[in-house]
Design a protein around this ligand. Structure first.
Ligand SMILES: O=C([C@H](O)CO)[C@H](O)[C@H](O)COP(=O)(O)O
Length: 210
């Protein structure tokens, strides 16, 4: 089980500063969608240049022109690129094909999918690397989480790795760990705390204990 730190509400210098504090405790650093919207793929490029050994996920949440967008993220240095599960099957297949060509990985974000199990079964056949259940900010705000959805995909996914994101905090981490995802994605649960390094270390310790 790995830990991904999501950076959503920062600019590039702030992202680099946060990573310098927590890099030793996290396995993947995500350049979040708001950062990509504000700063462009330059954020991925500059983070990768600052930390060449860090695995970087570009949270593009691709919906169309998938092969092209994956190729651009790869050129900027991304190791993993996200696409939305609600995108067309052709887009998902295009993203997977381009990622394979570039020796990169695809994480599919299940945000807003209604029939989680049925879509996860289809995505698993397309050769995606990760299937991620995700409660976005707007549903977190009305008290939702993805813990039941995680159990649902774990019961049907045979090939892809599983991931979970959305409002995970230290107090809810044990429930997440119990479902044994391959990747736990945490943003505000780390970046919203006073001591980033100490908090990231606690997340990592619990995750390693499994
Ligand atoms: O993907 C995300 C969200 O849609 C905003 O871009 C976040 O990175 C994801 O939800 C993890 O962040 P937290 O919910 O703050 O843990």
């Amino acid at each position: 089980m790995k830990l991904q730190l999501a950076l959503d509400l920062v600019n590039i210098p702030q992202a680099i500063e946060v990573v310098s504090q927590v890099a030793e405790h996290v396995d993947v650093v995500e350049i979040g969608t708001p950062v990509v919207i504000n700063e462009g793929l330059r954020a991925v490029k500059e983070l990768k240049e600052a930390f060449p050994n860090v695995t970087v996920l570009a949270d593009l949440k691709i919906m169309d022109a998938a092969g092209y967008e994956v190729s651009q993220a790869a050129a900027a240095g991304a190791d993993i690129v996200t696409i939305l599960a609600v995108a067309e099957d052709e887009s998902i297949k295009g993203a997977v094909a381009e990622a394979k060509k570039q020796n990169k990985q695809i994480l599919v974000d299940m945000i807003a999918v209604k029939d989680i199990k049925a879509r996860a079964i289809e995505l698993d056949e397309f050769g995606v690397d990760y299937i991620c259940v995700h409660t976005g900010y707007d549903l977190q705000a009305v008290g939702k989480n993805s813990f039941e959805d995680l159990k649902a995909i774990k019961s049907v996914v045979k090939n892809a790795k599983t991931a979970v994101a959305g409002g995970i905090k230290l107090d809810t981490l044990p429930e997440v760990i119990a479902a044994q995802p391959d990747l736990v994605i945490v943003g505000g649960g780390i970046t919203g705390q006073d001591n980033l390094s100490e908090t990231a270390a606690k997340f990592k310790e619990l995750i390693v204990q499994g």
